[in-house]
Design a binder for this molecule. Structure first.
Ligand code: GLN
Length: 539
């Protein structure tokens, strides 16, 4: 039987619960334990797939094509396990499942209620992760204790601890210890109240992880411990990290958070082995230079919207031993200023994925600038579609080349749709089209930069898009010098393109950022940064 660790949050949101859960997951894994992770999101959307990136941040896509919360990205990057659709649930998904069963008559005429039907469905999602080869299941609840929407999840936790033996379940509560400048003190009261709230529900946390900007004195630890009914050594300090989020696991290990939890669960564990993690941290702490990279996107003001992109760039920086200096460029700015004005001096340009028409002109202009000035370029998903459009317009002379996504719905002139909707038979269609979600194979052409970077003939990458490069244009694109370096082996759809007479002009229809890890940078990001380092700075 697996053991369960529940992680809740209090006081404020955005405490970094996902990072902390992922960090504990890494520590447990580094002690030889097999770990499963689950994120529970109390909102009513069935999944975050339709949510605005400005509200929710990035949608993280798994191999099996689930559109999930960005915390799953932290889990993958820290713990190293590939996530699946069952590693993320929402209230919406739970309710939908129960209501569908009710319509189907599965409840034998019973009154269907939050307790026990919703809470049972929540518990089923936990038990799905319990397997003979899983030592610990870590379950993180989004939001803050006291949120109306989170109540059924907390109630399910309360029930679960009674159904299992005491040693099977541990509760971690994460809080904020604010520092008041005026009085020069840290304040423990919000934490006390947050734990009171949990205890009212019937949950007594075993450990508190306290986010703080200051060191928490031993007196304050004792005070928190006494008022919150935990042991002083189980009050864990998590100070703001100085350099990198990847320091968090080390910080938690120094506080013995993992050992305390495992002792609490009565588990045996090996010494922690964080050697490769520490080597990676060393590279972050002592970079041998820096490289200036522009990300030209449309959700630039919210860093969470491109979370995995920024992380993958950081990883590529680590692999190349440099610090990434990010220039976040709002694509629309390039429409009102010139690309030269905004981008001069950068050593690489990345155009990430996206939906809709806003900022497209700016992205295409940035790509033109990168192509003409031989500045390294990496295009991701929409970035590839913009790159192909730019090439069609400015190199092949197809002046009105467009993606159907930017045309009026259903009224597009297909003769200029270099990027088009396809049905499952790879035929261009005016409406509908099949969303490609999850991992697809990609065959790489010999002698290309992509093939060299991957060092492999066949790779698999995750997708999340509706539009594709229109096969009708392949001949003219290739005749003008565009190289199709990656193709799907079954459908022949274009996966990766590149230009030969350029230091690094590579774009992919997939989202390689999801598979990048701090200890193993993604080959395309690594190759991009390597080329950027070699780039003479234009100023
Ligand atoms: N909007 C484009 C499509 O649906 C690209 C999507 C993306 O970049 N993820 O094809």
């Amino acid at each position: 039987m697996s053991k369960f660790i529940f992680i809740t949050g209090g006081v404020v949101s955005s405490l970094g619960k996902g990072l902390t859960s992922a960090s504990i997951g890494l520590l447990l894994k580094s002690r030889g334990l097999r770990v499963e992770m689950l994120k529970m999101d109390p909102y009513l959307n069935v999944d975050p797939g339709t949510m605005n990136p400005f509200q929710h941040g990035e949608v993280f896509v798994t191999d099996d094509g689930a559109e999930t919360d960005l915390d799953l990205g932290h889990y993958e990057r820290f713990v190293g396990n590939s996530m699946h659709k069952w590693n993320n649930i929402t209230s919406g998904a739970v309710y939908m499942n129960v209501i569908q069963k009710e319509r189907h008559g599965d409840f034998d005429g019973a009154t269907v209620q939050v307790v026990p039907h919703i809470t049972n469905a929540i518990k089923e999602s936990w038990l799905r992760l319990e397997k003979p080869d899983v030592d610990v299941v870590m379950i993180e609840l989004g939001g803050t204790v006291g949120d109306i929407e989170g109540a059924p999840f907390l109630e399910a936790m309360r029930q679960f601890q009674l159904e299992r033996s005491r040693e099977d379940v541990a509760f971690v509560h994460m809080t904020l210890i604010p520092f008041l400048k005026a009085s020069g003190e840290v304040k423990t009261k919000p934490t006390q109240h947050s734990v009171q709230k949990l205890r009212e529900i019937g949950i007594q946390p075993d450990m508190l992880i306290c986010r703080t900007t200051q060191e928490i004195s031993s007196e304050n630890r004792k005070k928190i411990a006494m008022f919150c009914n935990v042991r002083p050594e189980n009050v864990i300090e998590e100070q703001d990290v100085e350099f990198s989020i990847y320091q968090v696991p080390v910080m938690l290990m120094e506080e013995k958070a993992d050992q305390i939890l495992l002792d609490r669960l009565g588990m045996n564990y090996a010494d922690v082995d964080l050697s490769s993690w520490n080597q990676m941290l060393q590279r972050i702490l002592e970079p041998q230079g820096s490289v200036k990279i522009a990300v030209v996107g449309k959700y630039i003001t919210l860093t969470d919207s491109y979370k995995s992109i920024y992380e993958a760039l950081t990883h590529a920086g680590i692999a190349n031993h440099v610090k990434i200096e990010l220039l976040r460029v709002e694509a629309e700015e390039i429409e009102t200023h010139s690309a030269e004005e905004i981008l001069h001096g950068v050593q690489g340009i990345l155009v990430p994925g996206g939906f809709g028409t806003r900022g497209i002109r700016g992205k295409i202009e940035a790509i033109r600038w990168a192509r003409e000035n031989k500045v390294p370029f990496l295009g991701i998903c929409l970035g590839l579609q913009c790159a192909v459009t730019e090439f069609a317009r400015n190199v092949c002379g197809i002046q009105n080349a467009e993606s159907m996504e930017w045309m009026e719905p259903g009224k597009g002139d297909l003769s200029r749709a270099v990027i088009a909707l396809m049905d499952s038979q790879q035929k261009v269609v005016q409406r509908g089209g099949t969303m490609r979600l999850g991992a697809y194979a990609c065959w790489l052409k010999e002698g290309t930069k992509a093939r060299e970077a991957y060092g492999n003939e066949m790779v698999r990458e995750r997708h999340r898009h509706r539009y594709e490069v229109n096969p009708a244009f392949l001949k003219i694109l290739q005749k003008n010098g565009l190289i199709i370096s990656g193709k799907n082996p079954d459908s022949e759809l274009v996966e990766i393109i590149e230009l030969p007479d350029h230091p690094w002009f590579v774009a992919t229809q997939a989202h390689p950022e999801f598979k990048s890890r701090p200890v193993e940078a993604h080959p395309l990001f690594k190759g991009f940064i390597d080329a950027a380092i070699k780039q003479e700075t234009r100023s």
